[in-house]
Design a protein around this ligand. Sequence first.
Ligand SMILES: NC(=O)c1ccc[n+]([C@@H]2O[C@H](COP(=O)([O-])OP(=O)(O)OC[C@H]3O[C@@H](n4cnc5c(N)ncnc54)[C@H](OP(=O)(O)O)[C@@H]3O)[C@@H](O)[C@H]2O)c1
Length: 249
Amino acid sequence: MKTAIVTGASSGIGRAVALELARKGWRLGLVGRDAERLAQVAEACGRVVQTAAMDMRDTAAFAGFVAGFGAVDLYVSNHGILDGRREGETVETGAVASDVLAINLTSAVAALHAVLPGMQARGQGQIALVSSLAGLSPLPDAPAYSASKAGLVMYGLSLREALRGTGVGVSVCCPGYVATPMQAEHLGNRPHEIKPEDAARRIVKQALANTRLFGFPAPLWPMALFSLLIPEGLLRLFNGNLRFTVKKR
Ligand SMILES: NC(=O)c1ccc[n+]([C@@H]2O[C@H](COP(=O)([O-])OP(=O)(O)OC[C@H]3O[C@@H](n4cnc5c(N)ncnc54)[C@H](OP(=O)(O)O)[C@@H]3O)[C@@H](O)[C@H]2O)c1
């Protein structure tokens, strides 16, 4: 039986990835913060599932979970938060930026190093990092979110090259707008939004094919890829329609 650990599995894309892998008959390790929602996902999976409710910033706790789980064929690093500028602010606060970077980037990089040694020892395994189109195209309303996702793109692509020939693959995934609870925080337009199940199918398919870098949906992916090359005025024109604020908590 193939095995996978999915972080951020208690909601949205991670939940849908768990269900997709369960349908394929995989044994799952699911991590999130909310124990109750995590248990509901495990029940919906109806497979051999281990769950752990923890904050991914606690790398030692995550390493303990990985050690107890055993060999991992696929690791989907998906946990993350969206935060940024609130209504009335020009830019996000420093406190918001620090939290976003700590969860989305620092904890994600630290956690994958809890999984990697086992994969290297076995000479096989696949790591999928869930980044975002915002990791390629700058978001003026959530600079730290954009930076955290850009960090994941570059960490993942660098790691992939470093691991070439070892049997361990790395894929980086850049979704556009996906209709999950995270988007309830996003107050603005969300063109070409897709369902989490659709995102999950694409993530699992491309990760298992060891695709280097992929993104969706089609209309936004090429725009994001070219965003660093096109003139600033053109990007501003396009992004004008995509400005947003984050809901006050
Ligand atoms: N939705 C989109 O449009 C979109 C687009 C591009 C990329 N993404 C990325 O896709 C990933 C999943 O997002 P989503 O849309 O599915 O959002 P979501 O429904 O809000 O789910 C986020 C998941 O991350 C977990 N999480 C957040 N902070 C955590 C922490 N400190 N420790 C442990 N777990 C934590 C949450 O756990 P709890 O709920 O249990 O707290 C939840 O399971 C994120 O990395 C996000 O940046 C989303």
